[in-house]
Design a protein around this ligand. Structure first.
Ligand SMILES: [Zn+2]
Length: 324
């Protein structure tokens, strides 16, 4: 009788667990239940504009946190969400050096001092030097809510070498220059979950301001080929989604280049410079095809800056043939 009761309780418990709603909230707690054969992934997404994800994988021996968010105040909320899981942090991995992915690292490191912080050598170097002045610019926008001094990762990810953290084996791959100079993607082969950093965003206006959209298209092809079995993606911006987020990002960048190309032609009204009229036309075209795509950056003029940078890239480099 006791055995029957115990089975009944277990069955009920299982029913409750499996009936839990899918994680569509802004904060997913990353508890230890499994979704199908995939490891549970927690996510803290800061609000728009400029929503950015901090993700954490439920590894066998703790959480593997990916990226750290932009501001200090959001980082404190991220720490609270991670603490709510009741699990230790085994490691913090940084995908790339953009301000919205490393600004919260100091707060996370202070909250979880035992967790090693990993980044590629190129990413760590950029965090140390701010060679592009992106952190200085972000301090102008976010003020005292952006760290005055950056926290630099203390462990190096060797190029394209696997990483074992928290009892989990991850594959890594280096990309760039594209979305940025250097970007690391993380892949869990046992569960086919891919963490592409900002190489892929889901329904958001990406930052094309580094002027390497051709390199970015190459990176997208490489990402697709490097992880042919990836089933679920957890991008740096926007909701997690299926593998088709990769070709969707490729399409966005190709469309964007096609909208900008006429204005970058020497024979166009402003020559290779984008005139205000051309700018307005391009913005209308992008908005018509990709309506309500929030900015990935806190920079309010992101779209204008994207258009100017891509026009300059096309004027200088011409057509793009990815992979050649
Ligand atoms: Zn980003």
């Amino acid at each position: 009788m006791i055995r029957v009761m115990r089975r009944l309780v277990l069955a009920l418990l299982l029913l409750v667990l499996t009936a839990a709603p899918a994680s569509a909230r802004q904060v997913d707690t990353g508890r230890q239940h499994h979704v199908g054969r995939q490891l549970d992934v927690g996510r803290y997404a800061s609000p728009n504009p400029g929503s950015v994800n901090v993700l954490w994988i439920s590894a066998p021996r703790g959480l593997v946190v990916i990226d750290s968010g932009r501001t200090l105040s959001e980082a404190h909320k991220t720490v609270a969400a991670i603490r709510a899981t009741g699990r230790p942090v085994a490691a913090i991995l940084i995908t790339h050096a953009h301000p919205d992915h490393v600004g919260g690292l100091g707060v996370l490191h202070e909250a979880f001092p035992a967790a090693p912080m990993y980044a590629s050598a190129a990413t760590a170097e950029e965090i140390r030097t701010d060679s592009k002045g992106f952190y200085a610019l972000t301090r102008q926008i976010d003020g005292a809510d952006y760290p005055a001094v950056m926290t630099v990762p203390d462990h190096v990810i060797r190029p394209d070498q696997p990483l074992s953290v928290g009892g989990l084996r991850l594959e890594t791959a280096e990309f760039g220059p594209g979305e940025t100079e250097a970007e690391t993607a993380f892949y869990v082969p046992s569960t086919r979950q891919l963490f592409p950093g900002d190489i892929v965003a889901n329904h958001m206006t990406p930052a094309l301001l580094e002027g390497h959209t051709c390199g970015w298209l190459t990176d997208l092809d490489r990402l697709h080929d490097r992880f042919p079995h990836a089933a679920k993606l957890y991008p740096g911006h926007g909701a997690p989604g299926p593998r088709r987020l990769i070709p969707q990002q490729t399409r966005y960048i190709n469309d964007f280049r096609a909208f900008v190309a006429p204005a970058a032609a020497p024979s166009s009204p402003g020559g290779t410079t984008v005139t205000p009229e051309e700018l307005a036309t391009i913005k209308a075209e992008v908005e018509a095809k990709y309506p309500n795509y929030p900015n990935v950056a806190s920079l309010p003029t992101l779209m204008d800056v994207n258009i100017t940078a891509v026009a300059q890239e096309i004027a200088t480099e011409g057509a793009c043939h990815p992979g050649t």
